[in-house]
Design a protein around this ligand. Structure first.
Ligand SMILES: CC(C)(COP(=O)(O)OP(=O)(O)OC[C@H]1O[C@@H](n2cnc3c(N)ncnc32)[C@H](O)[C@@H]1OP(=O)(O)O)[C@@H](O)C(=O)NCCC(=O)NCCS
Length: 161
């Protein structure tokens, strides 16, 4: 019975919507599982509550399976983080979240979106290329990779028509 429910649950299509401060603990947990430097629940709660910050979540029932967060300044925005829980990866969820997020940013008057991504992060680079981002510069030694190894960050940009 439990296996049946788990299978049913895993097939459900995630529902996307704007995140609420109450999602901060789940976003902090997914962020910590996805990146070397975590954000605290309090940092995330105050970001979600900030007027210049836009956060979307992906939920399967009451379980958070993905999020994307960006900060706006005038007509520009920077994507600060995006992550999908491992069991939900590779099924187009990040693409759906990014598409929704970019449409909402455009509706809020944003014209240009920037982000930084590790040069070795193939899934993320493919995600951003598919959404129309292009590399505009490169920061050497920006990310700490394996011990003793540093990776460059690619700065990417997307202009809305
Ligand atoms: C990056 C991330 C959000 C992608 O989430 P996802 O839901 O699996 O992405 P999607 O299924 O929408 O696929 C996005 C693109 O990545 C590609 N991709 C997905 N998994 C991949 C993998 N393991 N290897 C190579 N490419 C992959 C897809 O084919 C797709 O490319 P396409 O549009 O050219 O077909 C997810 O891997 C993640 O959470 N990573 C850890 C956190 C992270 O690195 N975030 C980005 C920080 S800049």
């Amino acid at each position: 019975m439990m296996q049946f429910l788990a299978r049913l649950f895993s097939r459900q299509e995630p529902v996307l919507s704007e995140a609420q401060p109450k999602n901060a603990p789940a976003i902090a947990a997914l962020h910590a599982a996805s990146f070397r430097r975590g954000w605290s629940e309090d940092e995330i709660r105050s970001m979600i509550g900030a007027k210049a910050v836009l956060t979307h979540r992906a939920m399967v029932g009451s379980k958070l399976v993905g999020f994307i967060i960006s900060r706006m300044a005038a007509d520009e925005s920077e994507i600060l983080s995006v992550a999908v829980t491992r069991s939900a990866q590779g099924r187009g969820l990040a693409g759906r979240m990014l598409h929704l997020h970019l449409r909402r940013l455009a509706g809020l008057g944003v014209r240009t979106v920037f982000l930084e991504v590790g040069e070795n992060n193939t899934p993320a680079i493919r995600l951003y290329n598919s959404a129309g981002f292009e590399q505009v510069s490169r920061r050497e030694g920006y990310y700490q990779g394996a011990p003793g190894q540093q990776n460059a960050a690619l700065v990417m940009r997307c202009d809305f028509e």
